[in-house]
Design a protein around this ligand. Structure first.
Ligand code: FES
Length: 275
């Protein structure tokens, strides 16, 4: 499948990442962790080894089939509860509300991504406050008092950066600042959103990443943030449906650890929406 661009001349930010039309494979395209962190146990691998050992006993006539079933369990790599993970900015400093309110805004076009709660589980980090610090309005796009937002204007938000359709990750799914594409929602009042260039799903960043266009039918999971008395920002949970590809957002890989550093990426901007 090749995607048709419907705004090659009308998208002011189209040239941010010059790419040719491309195909995405159907299905998961996420990376898979290759190394176990020191001190953590891969229960799946351990059970497979146990199963192999028991199988050898069974073959040897010792009748341990029931015991073998004990270890024939689904993968158990993961966490038992959401960790409190401090966010670190792209330069290595603790991320604070004050810094975010100065350096990030609704027009920020680079993607800032952090993993949470598991390794290889990217999330967008966004501040939807207008760049001029004035209250949002139709002529000054942005959002204050967003559900789940933190900061002075409750405009700082995090959402899973894995599409809820077939799992395309950032930067194929990207945040589109106001003016990126001609397409807007709510009669022009919502000119910024998260859009997946794989098949056109669009999510409302001002309202818990609800679906604006399909084919995805579920919202993106939203990161729950907390702060300490110094304004340091922590990820402490996820709300909404499980991360795409998981029955449970806590299972499927190792935890990210006690800190998670933002990475900066160039978005893939393709203004491609279902008709
Ligand atoms: S993976 Fe299909 S729209 Fe995102």
């Amino acid at each position: 499948m090749t995607f048709e661009f419907d705004c090659t001349a009308g998208c002011p930010r189209m040239a941010e990442r010059p790419i040719a039309p491309f195909d995405f494979p159907v299905g998961q395209v996420r990376r898979v962790a290759s190394n176990d962190p020191p001190g953590e146990v891969d229960e799946t691998r351990r059970n497979i080894l146990k199963l192999a050992g028991i199988g050898a006993h069974v073959l040897a006539g010792r009748g341990l089939g029931a015991a073998a079933l004990q270890y024939a369990q689904p993968p158990t790599v993961g966490l038992t509860s959401y960790p409190r993970v401090q966010l670190i900015d792209a330069t290595g400093k603790p991320l604070t509300l004050a810094a975010v309110e100065q350096e990030y805004n609704v027009d920020t076009s680079d993607l800032f991504i952090f993993n949470y709660p598991l390794r290889n589980e990217p999330n967008f980090f966004l501040n939807l406050s207008p760049a001029n610090g004035q209250p949002p309005s139709p002529s000054n796009p942005g959002k204050w008092n967003a559900p789940g937002g933190i900061g002075t204007n409750q405009s700082i938000l995090g959402y899973s950066a894995i599409c809820q359709h077939l799992g395309c990750p950032a930067p194929a799914i990207s945040y589109y600042p106001p003016g990126t594409c001609p397409k807007t929602f709510d009669n022009g009042a919502l000119p910024f959103y998260i859009h997946c260039s794989c098949h056109g799903s669009t999510y409302d960043v001002t309202n818990r990443a609800a679906n604006l266009t399909g084919p995805a039918v579920l919202p993106l999971p939203q990161v729950v943030f907390d702060t300490d008395s110094s304004g340091n920002i922590f990820a402490v949970g996820l709300n909404g449906p499980p991360v795409n590809g998981h029955l449970n957002s806590l299972q499927g890989d190792y935890g990210v650890g006690s800190t998670s550093q933002l990475t900066r990426e160039s978005p893939i901007i393709l203004c491609s929406f279902p008709a």
